[in-house]
Design a protein around this ligand. Structure first.
Ligand code: GDP
Ligand code: MG
Length: 301
């Protein structure tokens, strides 16, 4: 990668690299060391949010020069939110970067993530792992699940992001003011994108590499995949209510029309149900529309 000259003004912007850790003793030292090496010319601090690791992860991180805090709650999302808050309030962070403590993401990509934000060309920059996926880095089920989740996010939330589950990102810290983050676990990655998109933030993707993990994964592909999907549906309800209710209404309406055309004119299914279905569909559309108007009014306030 080519070295880019750093504008002295840019070097003044406080960057905090937020890293959640849960028993990552084998990798955390190298990750913290790598970030410090790559970011030596920036005003950058490494902040570890530890989930009360029992393998000495926190001590290793401290020895390598990271600031270590401990999360009160549980979960990846909770740890990140704790870190974001601390970085803003206690460290006056202007740019937040996040990555894992498992050596899957290479710190060398951090400058490419923060530069568009420092240049005010983007509000959130996501590392696209598909661009540099190494052999054995992601099991088949995760690969499949990630593709599905990104497709659902495109259809349900209008997100044009190839790698919605990427854990290596940068964001302008002030963007947090317009984001409502509720997820405590892995779904936070999706929620951050949906909320940023809904706040009309400029989201950009840059290519990164993704390497095989060191240490045990905390992700349960089926359980977490299901939770992320559930969160996506909830976000669709929140952010695109007309599409949410309209899709249910459309299915109901089509069912009504089908019932009407497939049954005999004398049958009750021909006379009553189709109309009920179509009335239901119309009500759902109207409900979705009202929610859109409410959202617009709220946003204007
Ligand atoms: N503090 C904290 N960190 C966590 C928790 N769960 C996962 N992590 C860390 O968050 C990062 C992402 O988890 P990981 O197992 O790599 O998930 P994956 O990247 O989706 O496979 C890693 O650095 C984990 O150590 C948690 O409950 N609390
Ligand atoms: Mg990971």
């Amino acid at each position: 990668m080519e070295e880019e000259a750093i504008d002295p003004q840019q070097a003044l912007a406080k960057i905090v690299v937020v890293i959640p850790t849960l028993n990552e003793c084998k990798a955390v030292g190298k990750v913290v060391g790598g970030v410090k090496y790559v970011m030596a010319d920036y005003d950058c601090t490494v902040l570890i949010i530890d989930g009360h690791s029992t393998d000495g992860t926190d001590q290793i991180a401290k020895e390598k020069g990271a600031t270590v805090i401990y999360q009160r709650g549980k979960g990846y999302g909770d740890a990140l939110k704790t870190g974001f808050m601390y970085a803003r309030k206690q460290m006056d962070a202007k740019v937040l970067v996040m990555l894992d403590a498992d050596l899957t993401y290479h710190p060398k990509h951090i400058p490419a993530l923060v530069t568009p934000i420092l240049n005010d060309e983007a509000d959130m920059v996501v590392g696209n792992r598909w661009a540099g996926m190494q052999k054995g880095a992601m099991p088949f089920i995760n690969r499949f699940g990630n593709k599905i989740l990104s497709l659902v996010a495109k259809l349900a939330l209008g997100l044009n992001v190839y790698d919605t589950q990427s854990g290596m990102r940068a964001l302008k810290s002030s963007l947090l003011d317009s984001m409502k983050l509720e997820a405590v676990g892995m779904p936070l990655a999706m929620e951050m994108l949906a909320e940023a998109h809904s706040a009309d933030a400029r989201i950009r993707e840059v290519p990164i590499s993704y390497m095989p993990r060191v240490g045990e994964t905390k992700l349960h592909p089926i359980k977490d995949g299901g939770r992320i999907l559930g969160t996506t549906v909830r976000l669709m309800f929140d952010i695109r209510p007309l599409l949410f209710f309209g899709s249910i209404g459309a299915v109901l309406g089509i069912m009504g029309l089908l019932l009407h055309s497939l049954t005999l004119p004398t049958e009750i299914a021909h006379l009553v149900f189709p109309y009920l279905f179509i009335i239901g569909a119309t009500l759902l559309f109207a409900f979705g529309f009202i929610l859109v108007v409410i959202r617009k009014i709220r946003k204007r306030k």
